[in-house]
Design a protein around this ligand. Sequence first.
Ligand code: UD1
Ligand code: CA
Length: 475
Amino acid sequence: MKNTASIVLAAGQGKRMFSELPKVLHRASGRSLVSFPVRLAQGLEVSPIVVVVGHGREKVIAQLDTDFGQGAVCFAVQEQQLGTADAVRSALPHLLDHRGPVLVLSGDVPLLADQTIRQLEAAYLGANAAVALLTFEPRDPSGYGRVLREAGHVRSVKEHRDCSESERAIREVNAGIYLIDADFLRSGLGRLTSDNDQGELLLPDLVALAASEGVVPAVLASEEEVGGVNDRADLARVEAVLRARTNLALMRTGVAMSQPESVHVDLDCEIGPDTSLGPGVQLLGRCRIGRGCTLEAGVIVQSSEVHDGATIKAYSVLESAVVGNDAVVGPFARLRPGTKLGPKVHIGNFVETKNTIMDTGAKANHLAYLGDGVIGQRVNVGAGTIFCNYDGYQKHTTVLEDDVFIGSDSQLVAPVTVGRGAYVGSGSTITKNVPADALAMSRVKQENREGVAALLRRRFAALKQKALEAKKGAH
Ligand code: UD1
Ligand code: CA
């Protein structure tokens, strides 16, 4: 958009969220609400983008700096939340030299599409207007500012609480999204009064001012698109819309979903073609899933990479992990942060890994805890193996070099290294380094006592019989 500046209103608290967090920092599909209008403004190439912050401003600024990088947007502070016009006024020092339209966006309207703003711009330019606004017709218009028209022309916007009974019957409401000429904005804000039920300076009052001097075009948008987020139910509705859109776009680019309505993929995830997502799969945060992967039912992946051809079986949970090409994980596996699995690694059921690297072809197929480990190629970790990585004060590393075999039910008390090709006998507790190609055993030697089990059985049966008789006698 040529020669257009933008103001994003994000200073309000959002009382109806009943939250410690400012409303605009609540998330939909992994992104903060306030990031949506900022992204929209960036896409429209408007500049500068001034975000008005107030309630929880440190957190809002920090979030936008993380999302877009420092300096991508400017911040104006509204010390007290005295209304939407006051919020816009606090942004004006950033727009001193600006001539031309100012796009006013709301921090709590995340689904607005750029084509709708283009339509608003066309209407604004076509009418040579001072103000143009987006309106919509919600199923329930209560709470919104009503659009009052005369002979079809927009005359003013009146807040719900200031409306008469008959005005409240009007279906068309203000969406809170405007294009306003900068010079008109500067002069108009000075002419507003707080003569309303809230005693605040209301931005929609500029509509009446502009309508007394010329035409105010209104573009009707859909409720789905411009309905704002005021409470948690609205937030869930917004996320449902985003989820459906994301899943459709993924399926259109070759991602298979047997039950798409149950799959959730955050907006900052990428998935390659020929990958299939089972029912209930959730991909959260920033994930990269390659081509030809299978994620079975109930898999939860947070901020992780899964490379081409890997299979994540049902109900596995991955967090900040990397899974290599053609690896197989789960079912019921838990990969915690710092897990890096190389190509063709196998992790089976009830295996937990944390800060552990496994090289090509290594396996841990059943019931293990592998914390703070470095595991070489083709290593086999037997069922029930535990890396004892914590001494109550510090974490230590277990190193298993290439081709090591760890027998079932072994404990490796870190720091410890098992050398290349070595064997650890089942049931061992390894506290000392094992040299390459050695066999390490630390269990008690087996002893067989002939006939003793049968002897014990007879003795125990006799004791039980005696106890029963004693009980009968007592009655
Ligand atoms: C506003 C409009 C209403 C419209 C509705 C559409 C006003 C007075 N009313 O009402 O006509 O139908 O949006 O959703 O504008 N904010 C600030 N500082 C403030 C007050 C608000 O930055 O002092 C921000 C909020 O954080 C929010 C936006 O402005 O992002 C809108 O404020 P909100 O209080 O939600 O206005 P509504 O009552 O919804
Ligand atoms: Ca609102």
